[in-house]
Design a protein around this ligand. Structure first.
Ligand code: FAD
Length: 404
């Protein structure tokens, strides 16, 4: 039995263990996860790790010595399939492991295609090191890559593979890329960037089947057109890995519902990160899941402090980044539900910001190669300032000067 058992050894799980020790927690801690590795950073998987610029060792959140010194037991390569909230134990690969407090930090599993041919060799998702290692091992023989899904992960992978000289096609069902997470101006900007780098961006297309005998040879679209592909990358979102908790009676659905101390509805069970459905003030107080390192880390810290009896409440401003080619996108706030967008700067210069307003208030910024706007714009979002759109668009005035 462990005083704190953390299930899921990713960003949130690792940070929860770190924060427990930082807050002087002296009980036993175990970090259990289904991957074989020590906790590592996931964002580089579609960026510098896929491109080969960063070796795996540089992705580790902490090295083995750190975990040993902090006396965090690593239970790697194990999968929790059931939780008994009354007995206070979980079942992992047939073994029962008791807990005092349980922190559920399982993230999500990539959504897969269900069409004909969805299980052919050469079809990949990008969630784990193993996924990317498998992809890289196959890359040599690959000329044509079809990326299904024009979200951040699909676009980042497309950028790396285009730079590696592959013929890449992005297949997006909506009429623009990044439709779920960004305003139209950003979508159009990234579509143009990818096209300028030789990527064929196809919008409003439906994947009907993956073609091939043993291995993928093409992607068939509704209407019959076949896009040639020796590799397909599927980036169509994740399904939160919460079944054992929901089966144990936790409130939730698309994720496990938590309060602002990261507590689930079950006693002594917390949930954090991609799998945690929470009411977020930056999303107009609606219940959402955030899929970001920031959210995983901040919810982990709140859960750890709560366990240590230190007062804490989750109220962090969401932030996120994405690297494609030489473009560094940084976002702060949540733009969904905006009424107006101010374009600050000229998109043609490849350095600009989009400032999103709802009822006149600044709710989010997407900053492309515009670090100053990102840093200074944060305050506008945190304070929900009502500002003149003309002033916001004026690049001769730094954003910080607009704060009274
Ligand atoms: P994870 O880090 O996914 O960790 C969950 C762990 O739990 C995994 O190891 C999983 O296998 C394991 N697990 C699941 N179920 C079980 C079970 N039943 N038993 C045991 N173990 C289990 N975010 C950013 O902010 N910026 C970025 O640029 C960015 N880029 C990304 C690029 C890629 C390719 C990916 C995949 C994600 C990216 N993200 C990015 C998102 C970010 O990585 C996630 O939000 C973050 O990892 C969430 O942390 P987590 O602890 O909730 O889940």
């Amino acid at each position: 039995k462990f005083d704190v058992l953390i299930v899921g050894a990713g960003h949130g799980g690792a940070q929860a263990a770190i924060a427990l020790r930082q807050n002087k927690f002296e009980g036993s801690i175990a970090l259990l996860g289904d991957e074989p590795e020590l906790p590592y950073e996931r964002p580089p998987l579609s960026k510098e790790y896929l491109s080969g610029e960063k070796a795996f060792e540089r992705l580790l959140i902490r090295n083995a010595a750190f975990w040993e010194e902090r006396q965090v037991a690593m239970l790697s390569g194990r999968t929790v399939t059931a939780v008994d909230p009354v007995a206070h134990h979980v079942t992992a690969d047939g073994e029962t492991i008791g807990y005092g407090r349980l922190i559920w930090a399982t993230g999500g599993k990539p959504r897969r295609l269900s069409c004909d041919g969805h299980d052919l060799a050469g079809i990949h998702t990008v969630r784990t090191r193993a996924d990317v290692d498998q992809m890289v091992a196959e890359l040599d023989g690959v000329t044509y890559v079809a990326v299904v899904g024009g979200g951040y992960i699909g676009l980042e992978a497309a950028a790396v593979l285009a730079k590696l000289g592959k013929q890449v096609t992005v297949l997006e069902a909506q009429d623009r890329v990044l439709a779920r997470v960004a305003g139209e101006a950003l979508s159009r900007f990234f579509e143009a960037e990818h096209r300028a780098h030789g990527v064929d961006v196809r919008l409003g297309v439906q994947v009907e089947a993956i073609e091939g005998e043993a291995s993928v040879t093409g992607v068939r679209l509704a209407g019959g057109e076949v896009i040639p592909a020796d590799m397909a990358i599927v980036g169509i979102g994740i399904v939160p890995a919460v079944e054992p908790l929901l089966a144990a009676g936790a409130a939730g659905g698309n994720g496990v519902l938590v309060d602002d101390q990261s507590r689930t509805s079950l006693p002594d069970i917390f949930a954090i990160g991609d799998c945690a459905l929470h009411v977020n003030r930056y999303a107009a107080d609606s219940a959402i899941r955030l899929e970001s390192v920031q959210n995983a880390n901040d919810q982990a810290t709140v859960a750890a402090k709560t366990i240590c009896g230190v007062e804490a409440g989750y109220d962090a401003v969401p932030w996120f980044w994405s690297n494609q080619y030489d473009l560094k996108l940084q976002t702060v706030g949540i733009s969904a539900g905006h009424h107006d967008v101010v374009v600050r700067g000229d998109t043609a210069t490849r350095s600009f910001s989009l400032i999103y307003l709802r009822a006149g208030r600044v709710i989010a910024l997407d900053c492309v190669n515009a670090v100053k706007d990102y840093v200074q714009g944060r305050k506008l979002v945190v304070e929900g300032l009502v500002l003149d759109p003309v002033a916001l668009a004026d690049t001769s005035v730094p954003l910080k000067e607009l704060v009274a």
